[in-house]
Design a protein around this ligand. Structure first.
Ligand SMILES: Nc1ncnc2c1ncn2[C@@H]1O[C@H](COP(=O)(O)OP(=O)(O)OP(=O)(O)O)[C@@H](O)[C@H]1O
Ligand SMILES: [Mg+2]
Length: 461
């Protein structure tokens, strides 16, 4: 049990008996324990030492536990990671104790305190904190090395996949809607691989006219066609020993697809107008926002090329499916743009983060980033709700006066609210009944019935 020595637990309680009892139990398991007899003293200790867990009494003379918890949560992540907080409550304060969980407390212990319950709760709280610490350091690494911001489970999974995929030099196919970060991911893979010191050549397959793509990719010999005044090496040659990033691969002509397939099969090609075959060693990463599988079915994308490209498929989810990333993305972009424009770092109203988090972002991260840039430029030192474009407010719940419903019976009121709530959810999920039902935690058939009985449709106000 000597491992427990690394974890320091702070007990904040005005009752000496409780402090002593807790100390006895925890020191018995080799935890390091510090105590404080009031919240003010406890906060001082927190500011000066690394504490993993706080056992916090709710009812104390002077500053109460709730207020102390709010202060602890506010400093979360600014100086160092927030300690886990377990609240201690008497029977009279149980409801309040449950409330503290909303403010970031991990759990609560009720008096009279029970030894095994204390130890289990403490261990759970410490384990949970370790998990959060790991997640934070992964997210920090992500931001520092790849300028990728994200803390959601999907983003961290994606990052773990990048780290696994990168060293293999295997071909990667990145798919995702426009603006989700495909290029950023491709660069991250290159940077993490052993090819990082070698070239990373990006080819925008959609931007090159079909008649020029062959010469762009493979180069040409002097005089091989009108306009080929000099010999030119192609992008595959320039990328030799490094990475070639075939962006928008779904927009490549059939003819070009055949040529690319040949290089992938043999590692060789011939310059336009040339005879000598050139051998290259390049890692290929391709990306597209098109549904390549569907294109294969329709016959517009070669199946053999698709299989060659998608050895390691990576799917980047749209931003609306990971809205918990939005606050940290906004904060990161605000910081970045303030630096770019030479402003002092602007603060952001939490309400703004909330509203932005509810928006659907069809243009994904690119759209969000552009929006934040605009707000940074146009706002004062503080970015407030007034700086938001009005259309972002749509999905936001309207404020209402309860009194306006005073003429209704309870049943009518309940129905009215239920109808509005269901309508909001349906809009949020773009009328996808399955998703809305899941979010409302009701059966799909049940939701269908309600939609029908309330006569809801896309035209409903
Ligand atoms: N996780 C992220 N953290 C921070 N910035 C991001 C993140 N993902 C994307 N971005 C930024 O969003 C913008 C769009 O990203 P990127 O160009 O990689 O998207 P894309 O999927 O290639 O889009 P398109 O399909 O339109 O080419 C870029 O400015 C990029 O830096
Ligand atoms: Mg792109």
């Amino acid at each position: 049990m000597s491992g427990n020595q690394d974890e320091t637990i702070l007990i904040i309680d005005d009752e000496k008996n409780i402090r002593n009892a807790l100390r006895l139990v925890l020191e018995g398991e080799n935890y390091r324990v510090i105590d404080a007899d009031c919240a003010e003293r406890g906060l001082e200790i927190l500011a000066s030492q690394r504490i993993s867990l706080v056992l916090l009494d709710l009812k104390m003379p002077g500053m109460g536990g709730m207020e102390a918890l709010k202060i602890i949560s506010e400093h979360n992540g600014t100086v160092r990671q927030m300690p886990s907080v377990v609240v201690i409550s008497g029977q009279a304060t149980t409801t309040q104790a449950m409330e503290t969980v909303r403010y970031g407390a991990f759990d609560f212990l009720e008096k009279p305190l029970d030894r095994s319950r204390i130890l289990v709760t403490v261990q759970n709280a410490l384990d949970h904190r370790t998990l959060l610490t790991e997640r934070d350091s992964l997210a920090a690494k992500l931001a520092e090395q790849y300028e990728m911001i994200g803390k959601s489970t999907v983003m961290l999974d994606l990052f773990r996949q990048i780290e696994k995929i990168a060293p293999t030099h295997g071909r990667v196919l990145i798919t995702g809607e426009s603006g989700t970060g495909k290029e950023l991911v491709a660069r991250a893979i290159h940077k993490t691989s052993s090819l990082s010191g070698k070239p990373f050549i990006k080819v925008n397959c959609a931007a090159i006219p079909p008649e020029l793509i062959e010469s762009e990719l493979f180069g040409h010999e002097k005089g091989s066609f009108t306009g080929a005044i000099n010999k030119k090496s192609g992008l595959f040659e320039q990328a030799n020993h490094g990475t070639i990033f075939l962006d928008e691969i779904g927009d490549m002509s059939q003819n070009a697809q055949a040529k690319v397939l040949r290089v992938l099969q043999s590692g060789e090609f011939v310059r336009v107008g040339g005879e000598k075959s050139i051998v290259v060693e390049v890692r290929v990463i391709a990306a597209t926002n098109r549904d390549l599988e569907a294109m294969v079915r329709e016959g517009t994308f070669r199946e053999d090329l698709y299989f060659r490209l998608s050895v390691l498929p990576l799917v980047i989810p749209p931003l609306r499916d990971r809205s918990e990333d939005i606050p940290c993305l906004v904060q990161g972009f605000v910081k970045g743009f303030c630096e770019t424009y030479g402003f002092r770092e602007k603060s952001i109203d939490p309400k703004v983060l909330e509203i932005l988090s509810q928006h659907k972002w069809p243009g994904n991260i690119r759209e969000l980033k552009n929006q934040v840039e605009r707000m940074v430029i146009l706002s004062s030192d503080h970015i407030g709700v007034k700086d938001l474009p009005t259309n972002y407010m749509e999905t936001h719940l309207p404020e209402f006066e309860l009194k306006a419903f005073s003429h209704l019976s309870l049943k009518q009121f309940r129905n009215e609210m239920e109808k509005e709530f269901i309508l909001m959810k349906l809009k949020q999920y773009d009328w996808n009944i399955t998703k809305a039902a899941e979010s409302l935690q009701v059966e799909r058939t049940n939701l269908h019935k309600k939609v029908k009985s309330y006569n809801l449709s896309r035209d409903t106000e």
